[in-house]
Write a protein that binds this ligand. Sequence first.
Ligand SMILES: [Ca+2]
Length: 354
Amino acid sequence: MVATKTKSNLDRLRSFGFLHPMFHSKNIRKLICLFVTICILMSQSLANEQDFMEEFLKREYSLSKPYRGLGFSSSSQWDLMGTAMVTPDHVRLTPDLQSRQGAVWSRIPFFLRDWELKVHFKIHGLGKKNLNGDGLAIWLTKDRMQNGPVFGNMNQFVGLGIFVDTYPNADKSHDRAFPYISVMLGNGTLSYDHDRDGRPTELGGCTAMARNAIYDTFLLVRYSKNRLVLMVDVDGKQEWKHCADITGVRLPTGHFFGASSATGDLSDNHDIISMKLYQLTVEKTPEEEEEEEEVTIPRVDNMEQFQVDVQEEGMSGVQFFFTLVFSILGLGVLAVVGMILYGRWKENRRKRFY
Ligand SMILES: [Ca+2]
């Protein structure tokens, strides 16, 4: 249809060519080629403009070599915890030994709206595949420097958790290969379920062969316009592979970045080589600006889709009991006062008749 139309148009132009030498068929073809090229170039530059984001490395939220004074200097922006230790090449969260917990936490609360975090990490050990554990986590949470069962951090956390889970706890379901990287948003009541490798609260994730890798392994978290994108680069191709993409994510500000890890019966070396935080400059429409409301508790707009339930604070049993008791007492007091007033009124009326 389009082809025939173009052809008939060409014929028309050709007939016009008799009138003017400029509209000779050769020239017309050249003109069409030029027009098409301009169109393609214009559409490309428009697409680039839309994707264009400026990046600024924010050193105060970044951790990279040389780790001068990290963890002990008062000028350092990071604290170490547990077994975490600094070497010239990495921050080792745990060594390849049983029952260790280590973490590194930013000291500065984070207030940027649009950002990107690139994490260079290394997980390696002597254990054979699936006889190693447990993995590491990257955090942006309300609380910092907490001990706990979730890869070396507290459970029922408030904020964002990204887990590089290297051990399949739920060994009955062979639905995924490990290491598995997943995203969870904690609201203070949701629990990470280790026995099921976090499946009930997972917002998205992917398998990433990031353990004992011969290549450098990276993950990237991008948060902009309420959209959280997770990408990985673990097979030495220097390109980002999409891992998770979640829209309608509302993250509060004032939280802290961290990385933590834990070993149990099984172990691995869990190393952070760098965590680089970039501020993104993003063009926003007034509607998009308006959409970005301040939240205090993280949430995802489409809760059902991600099976995340925010438990509304209802009345507990004790609260209900006291409410009932006080209501009955209140009604009793009102009744007594009413009766006294009625008695007095009657008395007054009787007196008036004498
Ligand atoms: Ca696991």
